[in-house]
Design a protein around this ligand. Sequence first.
Ligand SMILES: [Mg+2]
Length: 268
Amino acid sequence: MDFSKIRLFLFDMDGTLYLGNNLFPFTKTLLDTIKAQGKTYLFMTNNSSKSVNDYVKKLEKLGIPAKYEDFITSSQATADYLMKNHPGLRFYVSGTESFKKELADAGVRVYVDYSDDIEGVVMGYDTELTYKKLDDVSKLLTLKDIPYIAANPDWVCPTEYGYVPDCGSVATMICNATGKNPHFIGKPRPEMPLAAMERIAKKDPLVNRDTTLVIGDRVYTDIACGVAAGIHSLLVLSGESTMKDVEESDVKPEFIMRDCSELLEKIK
Ligand SMILES: [Mg+2]
């Protein structure tokens, strides 16, 4: 494939552009090159607990200047999905303050207490989770048959000491109580790339499925969401997935590279 035809680059972050707190040596040049060519890159993340501002700070610390518009997050994609598929509904939202604000700013009617007129439930990766929220959500899903959406399906989120339960694990807890499973947004679902393409195509009409590339280090999330969205996909071996994972996976990346320095060579 001619990588110079790609207009929109959707980058996973950890394992792709940096590892933990270490920026890869080619990342800055790669991002600068894409920008200098008049193309667009977005940082794509499943984390629905942090606000985009937290990521802006993290990237700036690593030496990458970033703005709010440079991100596509599962929170943004959830807001898009709700506005498109369930406009005007009253949603009970179990999530962090920044998640609720993100949805409310996008026009979602956000409620934080149980009431009989709630028309849907939304869940994010909630690092401010309380038993009241679990109780409210269980009651709503037990008494009503209403849309139930969760921002990201991850079981766990990495920390400096190991892992903590993420949105997918809390959803399992709720399912044990209510028998209901959410419609997940976030990787490996196609909603984030689709929302990204729609947003960027407004300023660059050359952006479409054939000129969009997702780049990531996990076959079962990054590559799977690219395949589901029908866009090009590039697996880099600089993070989690190995060639053995690719062999064992049903989902196959269109392209595989050692790391993003090879992509830089292809688009120069
Ligand atoms: Mg990654």
